[in-house]
Design a protein around this ligand. Structure first.
Ligand SMILES: CCCCCCCCCCCCC/C=C/[C@@H](O)[C@H](COP(=O)(O)O)NC(=O)CCCCCCCCCCCCCCC
Ligand SMILES: Nc1ncnc2c1ncn2[C@@H]1O[C@H](COP(=O)(O)OP(=O)(O)O)[C@@H](O)[C@H]1O
Ligand SMILES: [Ca+2]
Length: 589
């Protein structure tokens, strides 16, 4: 259905772009211009969605090398998002496009700029005016400051955004600032760093919102309040998985443009409850076993930069560890989607849009931002709790695909950013070659779940408990008896495992002690060495030293300045007009 703006507003004029006359049209949704030369059969139309116009200024404006404005009274300049042809990554690269128009008269020029400013205002309610920016100067290759000042700040300035920049001086500086200071007047928080830095800001933003709402975030039964502040990520870290999985490219300019135009992507968050009533949040990886060990090992080699993960990955792989435990999980509705349905969550994802409606169904302000949502437990029937015991190479829970440069499709390629569920991946103990095959499939398009020792479940909550000492001893005995074959030798028990409250209450904190060390076979059984019986959890790149945890997925708890991965194929063919190859087309949303 057409809106009032779309039907009312249409401006059409003959304007000059350089030395060529063009027919320019502005509707409520698009600005288009087509070369008017009748003799040229190859004439091109450039179509820019109004939502992707960054700025409109009077005069002939140049921003490089320094900003300069030349105003004859008949010109105006439009800055907008331009997609680049480069398809070396999962999503599309964005660049700043710029076109200078010349009108036949000053009156017409004023009419054009006035109309453009009006539609811009109407179309972009979430464009930020004031941002709080945190730069981690030590993230990734220590280039956070340089990336922000050379690539991002000029775009924020062009868009008229007022930024308050804080270069962090210690870990948790950003989180503490968000929790303690008055954030009135800010529209969003920008994180210049990696996943660890994002995670800090996530804690600050969620914590602050619950503080102000008077909610106890440590209580797993509490329905958390959606956060009003949007979060923007300028990638400057090592893995940058949250940026990659929500934008599809690791590119500071693309991310800055998503922030500038006020894109909005809801994101599921997993609360991880541990110890005596404490909570951590995660959006990408909550991983025990291999990924926990890689993170713990990598912390010793921070000086290596991003390569520390490859080095530590190889070290941990060669130590061939596995860990026993009990995993209990609450299945999500299998009719809505499945982790093996071979779909991908792309920009405008239907599964996520339908989830918005489902997650906020009982709220008076259905689906709107910042209302408290009724949560996956209160709306639906609680669902079925399943329970499995055994030895695992790794146990991973991810709210999103967790794609990154190392793994372009991610830990769970069909996971959704905002469907209120997470994917639980159980990799049972197996031989080193089998595990290497599993890891290697993350780097290809081969299905990593199509292996006999791997299973994946779409879930709403998970609990992990250590095996009791008796079981632990039995496990180790069966391992030495050669039961660590490809099928892992696990005990499955499809029974209901108790209520949410019961499970949450059962998650007692436990840390590793020297008594917990047992002897497990070293690679290929050639030699043996002591390996710990207990691993640590990797919670978005932060170590959680408590093995027993309870996790719950909070659908769409936060919003990012992003729109999900744009795939070339999801851009509609513009049939009636030729579109410049590197310019915007209309996105199916
Ligand atoms: C054989 C090649 C195997 C490649 C396997 C790649 C699996 C990649 C899955 C990555 C999931 C990433 C989830 C996100 C985690 C981040 O939150 C978190 C923090 O990021 P930040 O430092 O930017 O703050 N990053 C991480 O925890 C890093 C996980 C990276 C794991 C890399 C593992 C490499 C494994 C190499 C195995 C080599 C075997 C060699 C045998 C001789
Ligand atoms: N000024 C600082 N000094 C030391 N650590 C910091 C500082 N600012 C942030 N951190 C911490 O550094 C960790 C890693 O940062 P991140 O930006 O994710 O880099 P990387 O991706 O390389 O791990 C985060 O957990 C964050 O809390
Ligand atoms: Ca999800």
């Amino acid at each position: 259905m057409k809106t009032q703006m779309e039907t009312d507003l249409k401006l059409e004029s003959s304007l000059w772009v350089g030395n060529k006359r063009h027919l320019a049209v502005l509707t409520g949704w698009h600005l288009r211009w087509t070369e008017a030369d009748k003799k040229n059969p190859d004439k091109k139309t450039v179509s820019v969605p109004v939502a992707e116009v960054v700025r409109v200024e009077e005069g002939r404006v140049k921003i490089l090398p320094h900003k300069s404005v030349e105003d004859t009274g008949r010109d105006f300049t439009v800055f907008y998002v331009k997609r680049s042809n480069s398809r070396t990554t999962s999503g599309l690269l964005w660049r700043l496009g710029q076109t200078q128009f010349t009108c036949p008269s000053r009156v017409l020029r004023d009419q054009w700029t006035k109309h453009l400013w009006t539609v811009l205002k109407t179309h972009s309610p979430l464009r930020p005016h004031r941002l709080l920016v945190f730069i981690n100067p030590f993230g990734g290759k220590n280039k956070g400051r340089q990336i922000y000042h050379s690539l991002v700040a000029p775009l924020f300035e062009l868009a008229g955004i007022n930024s308050h920049v804080i270069v962090t001086e210690r870990a948790n500086h950003a989180r503490d600032h968000l929790l303690k200071k008055d954030l009135t007047g800010f529209d969003g928080v920008v994180c210049v760093g990696g996943d660890g830095m994002f995670n800090e800001i996530l804690h600050g933003v969620i914590g602050k919102t619950q503080q102000e709402a008077g909610l106890c975030e440590n209580d797993p039964a509490v329905t958390l309040q959606q956060c009003p502040l949007h979060i923007g990520i300028i990638p400057a870290g090592s893995t940058d998985c949250v940026c990659y999985a929500t934008v599809g490219v690791i590119d500071p300019v693309t991310s800055a443009l998503h922030i500038v135009i006020g894109d909005s992507q809801p994101l599921d968050v997993c609360s991880v409850h541990y110890g005596p009533g404490q909570v951590r949040y995660s959006v990408s990886l909550v991983g025990y076993g291999f990924y926990g060990d890689v993170l713990a090992e990598s912390e010793k080699h921070r000086w290596m930069g991003p390569f520390r993960y490859d080095y530590s990955g190889a070290v941990v792989f060669l130590s061939n560890r596995s860990y026993s435990g009990t995993v209990q999980y609450l299945l999500a509705d299998p009719l809505l989607s499945s982790p093996r349905d071979k779909t991908r969550c792309l920009s405008g994802c239907g599964v996520c849009s339908r989830s918005t409606e489902r997650l906020f169904r009982n709220s008076s302000d259905s689906g709107s931002l910042y209302s408290s949502y009724s949560g996956p437990f209160s709306n639906d029937s609680e669902g079925e709790w399943m329970s499995v015991d055994g030895r695992f190479k790794c146990v991973s829970l991810t709210c999103m695909s967790s794609s990154c440069a190392k793994s372009p499709l991610g830990l769970s390629p069909s996971a959704h950013l905002a469907d209120g569920t997470g994917d639980l991946i159980l990799v049972w103990d197996t031989n080193p070659l089998g595990f290497l095959k599993y890891l290697h499939r993350h780097t290809t398009t081969q299905d990593q779940f199509d292996l006999p020792f791997v299973e994946v479940h779409r879930v709403k909550a998970v609990r992990f408990a250590l095996a009791s000492r008796g079981e632990e001893a039995e496990d180790n005995e069966s391992l030495s008896n050669g039961m660590d074959g490809e099928d892992g030798g696990h005990i499955e028990n499809g029974s209901r495992a108790g209520s949410l409250q019961h499970l949450a209450a059962g998650a007692k904190g436990q840390t590793m002690t020297s008594e917990d060390k047992t002897v497990t076979p070293f690679m290929c059984g050639l030699c043996c060495r002591k390996t710990p019986a207990v691993s640590v959890w990797n919670c978005d790149g932060e170590i959680l030293p408590f093995p027993e945890i309870f996790c719950k997925i909070h659908g769409q708890l936060v919003h990012l300045y992003a729109r999900g991965i744009e795939d070339g194929a999801s851009l509609r063919d513009c049939t009636e007009e030729r579109v410049e190859s590197n310019t915007t087309c209309i996105l199916q949303r």
